[in-house]
Write a protein that binds this ligand. Structure first.
Ligand SMILES: [Zn+2]
Length: 215
């Protein structure tokens, strides 16, 4: 039996969003009007195939209904975060505590779950383990924050010295490594090992001085 409820959106991207519950279907048990909820990239699936029954709804054999640019059960095209209201099956909604800042919750729905899921799958939630994070963009940022919360030793690898301050002092990573020269592409490890690689601009880059010219 399909259980649907309506949502009013306040802040969103195109394929993930958070919403305020405006209506709930009579069979909905997990949510009430006024709840804050997050919605990921799926709003519905068959909920009864081998994939849906194993938590792999995005592989639904009858076709998942994507939050954005999917064909819904009534034949309309889903418009995700561009909509004023959407209807989502409760299976694909995630409760956000009403006192939790929604602007902070939004990154958890995409970047957050993307790094949290493999970290848990590989037991990277045990204090004292070492975590390497390559790149300090949206996903890397969340990986460092989860790593800190789990008590891991974190090393951030980046091609940009401009991320060093944020990695070490703002996010609290333990180590920061420049992984390559952003000008010539020489890898830091090769320079350190003198493997016939050199970068005359290396010191300049590490100290964040004026942009060197390409070799
Ligand atoms: Zn299915």
């Amino acid at each position: 039996m399909l259980m649907l409820f309506g949502l009013e959106m306040d802040l969103e991207t195109q394929d993930i969003l958070w919403c305020l519950v405006k209506e709930v279907g009579s069979h909905v048990r997990g949510f009430r009007v006024g709840d804050h909820v997050g919605v990921g990239t799926i709003v519905n699936s068959c909920k009864d195939c081998e994939y849906c029954n194993n938590g792999l709804e995005y592989c639904c054999s009858k076709g998942r209904i994507s939050t954005f640019n999917g064909i819904d059960v009534d034949g309309t095209i889903t418009k995700g975060g561009y909509s004023s209201y959407i209807v989502v099956h409760e299976r694909f909604c995630f409760k956000i505590p009403n006192e939790y800042p929604l602007a902070s919750a939004a990154p958890l729905l995409c970047a957050g779950i993307t790094v949290y899921s493999p970290m848990i799958r590989h037991n990277m939630n045990v204090p004292g383990k070492s975590l390497g994070v390559i790149g300090l963009g949206g996903l890397g940022h969340m990986a460092v924050k989860f790593g800190k919360a789990f008590g891991l030793k974190i090393t951030v690898f980046s091609t940009s010295i401009s991320k060093k301050e944020e990695a070490l002092n703002l996010l609290g990573a333990n180590n920061f490594v420049i992984s390559s020269c952003w000008s010539c592409g020489v890898q830091a490890a090769k320079v350190a090992a003198n493997e016939n690689e050199s970068c005359t601009k290396w010191q300049q880059n590490e100290e964040g001085r004026a942009a060197p010219t390409a070799r």
